[in-house]
Design a protein around this ligand. Structure first.
Ligand SMILES: [Ca+2]
Length: 497
């Protein structure tokens, strides 16, 4: 008996030592954010032409969230939602010219308070002409405005602007790597890298300039199926954000609806993909560096896009609308503390930009932020979550400077999407709404809104939309939006394109 007790005590001791030694050290976090990368501009998503082996590897050794969406498809609002975990009306960044509010909580601020060494490198894109350090980061390297694919003027931690020659993607990677190699004083670190790529105007580096020359790229079929769509889509087709417009300066003479004009569209798409190849190389560099440093498995690596991009779908380019290509984004996460590299996962549930802050804080063991609109997906990934969302709402506000998209309010469930376009005066909508069955019609070919058979579905979705908006504090009285001044032909100001 005594022997048994001794044995038991010794095995308990061994177990407790094991637990102690296995107590997880707080992970590092490398967050790679691309600008305007479509969900399918990714090998893992099945793109037949664009190969992204390094980003794919993160997904194959981690989690690929195949149905990830942004809640407002516009750079700054979406970035602010990723940082804060709340919708655009709550953080207040509702266009591309608004600064992230200085005292508004974010996951980097939370990690900094928890003792992380934090740094940001690259395109910040909240506050157009400000290249100064922002709260939440011990080291902050950025530039004014959009930055340039070549020879951007960088401001390193507020020291003043200085041009660093070279291709943006490689420069930002080098700067970030240099910081990563520093002594972090035994602290875990957060490194955020904000790429310019693949944002317009598209300039691939020379070695990728001709990668897709032999790929035939027609307008998508949906570009010409506008008969059952709201009329504003037809109005948009010849504008800055339409397929017959200037195509981010690929087309010098416009509008151009001749069949030959598709050549400009193809070249634009090839250049867009080309810029992503360099991003993929950068992801590979980070992976190798972490491996060399013995930090690969103690680092959460996130690769994510800030919003989607229409590439001819429904006759449109750019984003902002609630159509799939505009709202769906790539997201892969590699971290052995989440899933073992030998047991990769594909998550099909709908995940949102606002879920990132709570999820990452949970993985880092940091205090959660309060009153978030997003939800941590850690349980969903590890054990499944029967309470996971089956619906969410999307919103976008009409911009005077980019008058090519109306006000948008919509709801997406696992099966349906309903989108309507309020005028902004509180009165009845003047644009036709849209209704799609996402299960049978993922490409949104058939707008079912006019079919009386679906009237009960529409009613249900309208009430779901109101319910979801109310959960974030938006009601008919509080949901402020500008007046829809219509789709206009004029080009946006040269300085803000
Ligand atoms: Ca963007």
């Amino acid at each position: 008996m005594l022997k048994f007790i001794r044995l038991l005590a010794s095995s308990l001791l061994t177990a407790s030592v094991l637990v102690a030694s296995a107590a997880p050290k707080r992970p590092n976090l490398l967050f790679i954010l691309t600008d305007d990368q479509r969900w399918d501009a990714l090998g893992l998503a099945g793109n037949p032409h664009l190969k992204t082996p390094n980003i794919d590897r993160l997904g194959k050794e981690g989690v690929y969230f195949k149905n990830t969406f942004c809640t407002t498809s516009l750079c700054s609002p979406s970035r602010a939602s990723i940082l804060s975990g709340v919708y655009a009306h709550a953080h207040g960044v509702q266009d591309n010219f608004t600064e992230y509010p200085a005292n508004f909580r974010s996951f980097p601020m939370q990690l900094q308070s928890a003792g992380y060494d934090t740094a940001y490198f690259g395109k910040w894109h909240m506050g157009e002409n400000n290249d100064q350090p922002r709260p939440g980061f011990n080291w902050f390297v950025t530039h004014k405005g959009q930055g340039k694919y070549y020879d951007t003027e960088w401001n390193q931690n507020g020291a003043g602007g200085k041009v660093i020659p070279g291709y943006y993607t490689h420069v930002v990677t080098q700067l970030a790597e240099d910081w990563l190699k520093r002594d972090h004083g035994g602290k875990p670190w957060l490194l955020m890298v904000g790429h310019k790529a693949p944002h317009s105007f598209y300039f691939p580096e020379p070695k990728y300039s001709n990668s897709f020359d032999n790929v035939w790229i027609p307008y998508p079929e949906s570009a010409f199926r506008l008969a059952d769509k709201p009329l504003w889509l037809q109005d948009r087709i010849h504008t800055w954000h339409g397929i017959y417009g200037p195509l981010f300066e690929w087309r010098k003479n416009f509008p151009d609806s001749r069949p030959e004009a598709v050549k400009d569209f193809a070249n634009m798409t090839r250049a867009y993909w080309g810029t992503i190849r360099s991003v993929d190389d950068s992801v590979g560099r980070f992976y190798e560096l972490l491996k060399e440093r013995g930090e690969l498995d103690s680092t959460i690596i996130v690769h994510m896009g800030d919003n989607g991009l229409l590439n001819g779908e429904h006759g449109m380019v750019d984003k902002r609308t609630m159509h799939e290509a505009s709202i769906r984004i790539p997201l892969v996460v590699r971290y052995p503390g989440l899933t073992l590299p030998t047991q990769s996962k594909v998550v099909s549930q709908q995940v949102l930009t606002v879920d990132m802050a709570p999820s990452l804080l949970e993985l880092c063991g940091a205090a959660p932020l309060k009153d978030l609109h997003g939800k941590s997906w850690v349980k969903l990934v590890q054990r499944g979550d029967s309470a996971w969302r089956k619906s969410w709402f999307y919103h976008y506000n009409y911009e005077k400077q980019f008058p090519y998209t109306p006000n948008v309010r919509g709801v997406r469930t696992d099966t349906w999407k309903y989108v309507h376009y309020p005028h902004g005066d509180g009165k009845a909508d003047r644009h036709m709404a849209e209704l799609y069955n996402m299960e049978f019609d993922p490409d949104e070919r058939h707008n079912l809104i006019a079919n009386p058979k679906y009237a009960p579905v529409v009613k249900e979705l309208q009430s779901e939309l109101a319910k979801l908006m109310k959960q974030t504090g938006l009601t008919a009285a509080t949901d402020k939006m500008p007046m829809d001044e219509g789709i206009k032909k004029e080009l946006p100001d040269q300085k803000i394109r």
